[in-house]
Ligand binder design. Sequence first.
Ligand code: 13P
Length: 392
Amino acid sequence: MPIIDMKQMLQHAHQHGYAVGGFDVVSLDFVEGVVRAAERCQAPIILSLAESHFAHYDFELLMAAVEAAARRTPVPVAIHLDHGESEAMATRAINLGCNGVMVDASKFPLEQNIAHTRAITAMAHGCGVAVEGELGYVPGVEGEDAERHPGEVQYTSVADAKRYVDETGVDCLAVSIGTVHGRMKGAPQLDLKRLGQINQALQLPLVIHGGTGLDEDQYRALIANGVAKINYYTALADAAATAIRATDGSRPGYTALTEGVREAVAAETEKMIRLWGGAGRADELLAHCRPWQPVEHTILYNTANIPEEGVDEMMAEGQRVLSAIPGVRRVFCGQAVQGQAAYRYSWHIQFCHPAVIDSYREHPDHLAFANTLFRPVAADRISIDFNERRST
Ligand code: 13P
C-alpha cells in the first residue's frame, strides 16, 4: 500500500536534492504510463489531477483508478489535486482520496490569498493532508500554446513568500520565477537568484508549475535552489498526441489509434524522473515516510424510542451529512445479518487518515447530527476506531 504522506515525501526530496514530478493525468493511459515509468525507475511520483481538466474526464471515476493504481504499485505515490479553485473542491478531492491539495488563490491580492489558503490549510491538516499554496502568477494554461494566454509573469517576492507561509501554514509553495504553463517558443528566463533567496528564507519544499520546456541545466538549477516538486503536463500530452498521429491508419478504430499512448507517456515521464534525480529513491522513501492509511470509525448500536421508519430517516440523514465532512471517504449504515446479534445496527465510517478522528468528532455538522438525531435514540452503543493491522 505505498501511498505515502506527501509532506514527508517532499521534505525528503528537498533535503536530498532531487524533485518529484507532479504529473497531471487525464486518462487511464496517462495513469498507467506514469506509474509504469516510476516502476522502471524505482522512483516516487505524484499523480496529479487538475481541476482545469475536469471537463475532459469524470473526476470521481478517474480518482478511483488513480487510487487503485497507487495501492497496487510497489513505488511510493502521492495523489494530488492540482489548481483547486475552492474549499469545496479541496474537500471533495480529499474525500475522493487525494492526500495533497493545491489551492490556487494566486489571482487574488495577498491578504485574500492568505485568508483563503489559511482556511483550506486548516481543513486539510485536520485530515492529515498536505497543502501546496501558490504566490505570484505563472501565466499560461497547461497543454496550450503560451502565446494564446499572454499574461505577465508576476514574480514571487521573498518577503511576501515568508509572510504567506508563516500565516497560512502551507507545506510547500509554488513560486513564480519565470516559468509558464503550456507550450512556449524558446526556453523561459528563470530568476534563479530570487528562487535561491526564497529557498533560504523559507526552508520549505518549493514547487515549479509550467515544468514543460526547460533545458536540462535549468531543471538542475531549479532543484539546486530548493525545488522539490515539478509539475508536468504539456509534454506528456504532446507525446501522447504524437503517438496517435504516428499511427499509419492501416488499422482503424480507437484502440489501434491509442495503443501507443501509454508507452509514449511512460517514456517522457521516465526521462524527467531520471533528470530530476528521483530514480532509485523508492526504497529509502518507503522506509522514511508514513504510509497513508485510512481508519475505520465503527459504531455498533441498538435503538430505543424510535419506530423502524425513524431509523431509516435517521440513517439517511446521517449518510447525507456525515459523508460531506472533510476526510470522510465512505459512510456505510449496517443492519446485523443475524437477528440475535448483540447490536442490531452499525455505522462504518471510513476516515482518510487518523487525524480525522479528532477533526470529525469536533465538526459542527457531526455534532449537530449526533446530538439531535443519533445519540438520543442510541444510548446503547460502542464506538471503536480501527487501523488496518499489518503483520509485524
Ligand atoms: P506544463 O503543462 O507547462 O508542463 O505545466 C504543468 C503544470 O504546471 C500543472 O500545474
